[in-house]
Design a protein around this ligand. Structure first.
Ligand code: GAP
Length: 488
């Protein structure tokens, strides 16, 4: 049984997986620090992603700067169009993202038609809806100001002259800027995927639902550069035919029903733009399996025209069911040559490459995964209550914060030495291990379960006598004795 939101947040808060940043000074929303366990889990998700999107796909990975001069973001379109509609309360000043406020209002009214139409509304139409429905400030009931567009980027100034710059709103732009040099220096051929993991920053008007809408978050992005005129039967020696057999859960734009369809059919019917786009959906589905998120919890959703980002020729979001309902965890986009051409135009640098003797400005398929949202979705789906007296995290071994917890049962010198040397041996051989001497054994088991540790090893007096230890399995709570030398 999956427990409710309170259950998840209870563990997250008690074990400090993540918590509001700088909270002794200020209650600014949207900034979260990761504690020791949360960070281990986050890193393990990143490693699972890297195995698929970097190693398996045959990508190169870079790390670019998080501050970008204004010219870069003018070219990318973010200065002009990366905005949300906002209005604030005339009495208390609380700011609202108006599209979200209207969506929440229509959801409460169970008016699905109006709810679905919000994304298509102009600023003036949003104002009309606010007036018609007499929607007021949720905090004090005050009237709302006129709706205006608010740019979501954090602005800063560089150096003594104060040149305008921004914290990057996506990691992708660094990849586009570096692409040509990497392509040449590494002797790449199209298609070529390049990845980046890192922080992105958005000055969200109403951050909420913890890791869902943050102001500083981590993205894992893959930009797949390709020649649109070439056939897409292979990608780095992987035959696309095999990939296209994958069946996925898919919702067409304007529809609500989830259909199970093969990627081949989705490409054929144009719902998925091309084979390489399908490859991203295939890898995302595999990533979910690695993270223990079961099939019925996800769906791919084709975006409506009105929802498409300014650079997109087609978008499919990965949505996962959580205690907050379905949330968007990844955005997949066909960006065309929008970015490379825009940077070429504004910078005056030629961004084309020579591929098979032909000059080409590559097109791009992007898979942009939000790491924090993925972690939230994974935890939501991992939390289990089987009446053992405490909820626990059913995480697969590769993402669990530790494979083993090692507990000396008594504070006897020999027991402590044996337990600690087992800990050191395991750590030296690359197994993620946790060591704790404090608390009753029952409490230590409960804590390990809450953290999602796979096995607990208890060293006691018998261990000193016959070299065995008790191993407890997290999922079954069954215990067995085993020679210490066999634990790995
Ligand atoms: N480069 C494309 C891009 O940034 P996006 O759909 O705006 O596309 C991609 O963002 C992913 O980043 C989202 O699917 C989500 O998981 C994550 N993300 C975006 N805004 C976020 C926020 N305010 N808080 C947490 N995660 C966010």
């Amino acid at each position: 049984m999956v427990v409710n939101e309170t259950g998840i947040n209870e563990i997250v808060d008690r074990r400090l997986f993540y918590y509001p940043g700088f909270s002794i000074y200020n209650e600014l929303g949207g900034f979260y620090d990761y504690g020791p366990i949360g960070l281990r889990i986050k890193r393990n998700i990143e490693s699972a992603w890297r195995r698929l999107f970097v190693e398996r796909l045959g990508s190169l990975e870079i790390e670019s700067t998080t501050i970008l001069p204004e010219a870069v973001l003018k070219a990318s379109g973010h200065v002009a169009t990366f905005t949300d509609p906002i209005a604030s309360c005339v009495k208390c000043g609380t700011a609202y993202r108006i599209d979200k406020l209207l969506e929440e209002f229509y959801e409460k009214m169970k008016d699905t038609a109006s709810l679905n139409a919000v994304k298509k509304l102009s600023i003036e139409e949003m104002e009309d809806r606010i007036d018609e429905n007499e929607i007021a400030c949720e905090k004090c009931g005050g009237r709302l100001t006129k709706v205006e567009r608010f740019n979501l980027m954090f602005r800063t100034n560089i150096g003594q002259k104060g040149e305008t710059a921004y914290l990057r709103p996506e990691t992708a732009q660094g990849v586009f800027l570096d692409f040509k040099d990497i392509f040449r220096s590494y002797g790449l051929k199209l298609p070529s995927p390049i990845c980046q993991v890192g922080k992105a920053y958005r000055n969200e008007i109403s951050p909420r639902q913890r890791l869902v809408r943050m102001r500083e978050f981590t993205q894992m992005e893959t930009e797949l550069f390709f020649d649109p005129e070439k056939d897409q039967s292979e990608l780095n020696r992987t035959r696309m035919d095999d990939i296209l057999d994958t069946t996925v859960r898919f919702v067409e734009a304007g529809q609500e029903i989830v259909l199970e369809q093969s990627l081949r059919d989705l490409v054929r019917s144009g719902l998925v733009p091309n084979n390489y786009f399908a490859m991203m959906l295939h890898l995302e589905k595999r990533l979910l399996a690695h993270l223990g998120i079961s099939d019925e919890k996800y769906r791919f959703r084709q975006l409506e025209k009105e929802e498409l980002p300014h650079y997109s020729k087609g978008n499919v979001d990965l949505e996962i069911s959580t205690e907050y309902g379905y949330i968007e965890v990844a955005g997949n986009a066909y960006r065309g040559d929008y970015d490379l051409s825009a940077h070429a135009k504004l910078s005056g640098s030629d961004m084309s490459v020579v591929n098979d003797g032909k000059k080409v400005v590559p097109h791009v398929i992007e898979a942009s995964i939000g790491l924090d949202r993925m972690l939230l979705a994974m935890l939501s789906n991992a939390i289990t209550d089987d009446q053992r007296g405490w909820p626990w995290l059913n995480l697969p071994r590769q993402v669990a914060p530790y494979a083993y917890a090692i507990f000396p049962l008594q504070k006897d010198t020999k027991i402590l030495e044996t337990a600690f040397s087992l800990y050191q041996r395991m750590v030296d051989s690359g197994v993620q291990c946790y060591y704790s001497e404090s608390g009753s054994i029952g409490k230590r088991y409960a804590k390990a379960d809450e953290m999602g540790v796979m096995h607990c090893v208890t060293i006691d007096f018998q261990s000193i006598e016959d070299g065995t230890a008790t191993i407890r399995d997290r999922n079954t709570t069954k215990q067995e004795r085993k020679p210490i030398g066999e634990i790995k």
